[in-house]
Design a protein around this ligand. Sequence first.
Ligand code: ZN
Length: 253
Amino acid sequence: MLWANAGSNCSLCRQRLAQITSNGRAAVIGEAAHIIAESLDGPRGQSILDISERNSYFNLILLCPTCHKLVDKDTASYPPEKLHMLKAQHEMRQSGQRLVESIEVAQAIDHGNDRDVINFANNWAGFVPFYAKLFSQIQLTQMKGDDIDDALIMQAQEWHDRRDRLKELLFIAGEENTHIHRIASWERHKRNHEYIELGQYLTPFSFILDFLNPFHMIANYSDELWGAFNISHEFMDYLRFKYPELKKPLRSD
Ligand SMILES: [Zn+2]
């Protein structure tokens, strides 16, 4: 899947890659690089992802050996969000889709402006009621020991789509721009939960959006998530104060 979607080119420099060398001559071997390292102390390894998530398609990006070394050495220039975006853009390019959006993305990163924060915040506001509903439905299913039905699977798929979109929007807006210093409940929450502290998340947004599997995340981290989810209201109130253009109601109640 990774090779097919990446079109057998390096996702960064787009050099043609060969999966195997039949005659041992100058073929560049592609490498499935980890976005979040396989271990905690590896490049970009500070994350709550478990080992199976770390080795899944979603956490791998096809690179040539040179680019692989580069992104693992210079992790400051290649944070997870950037690699996810490069991977998505590369796969889109390979699938023939026009890259109008990605050009806008690149410009937004260069000029980082308020519009991006507003865009993220408005999308988050739409995510909140959806997330709350999915959360309680998954918890109920797990408590009752019921099987996961088709309706829930479809909702989980929607969660994936929304999460990917929000993650990219947060990256474009820059987490720094949505960060609030001295928000006591978030600092306390980080201290109380080792995984959040380890992940060095600036905001509850990036923490919540870091998960890849909604069933796994709710089964194992429901307290941390629910707490972060509630604290996100405080961040949103602040953003609404800072950006009066944020008109949408930010609370679902
Ligand atoms: Zn390359």
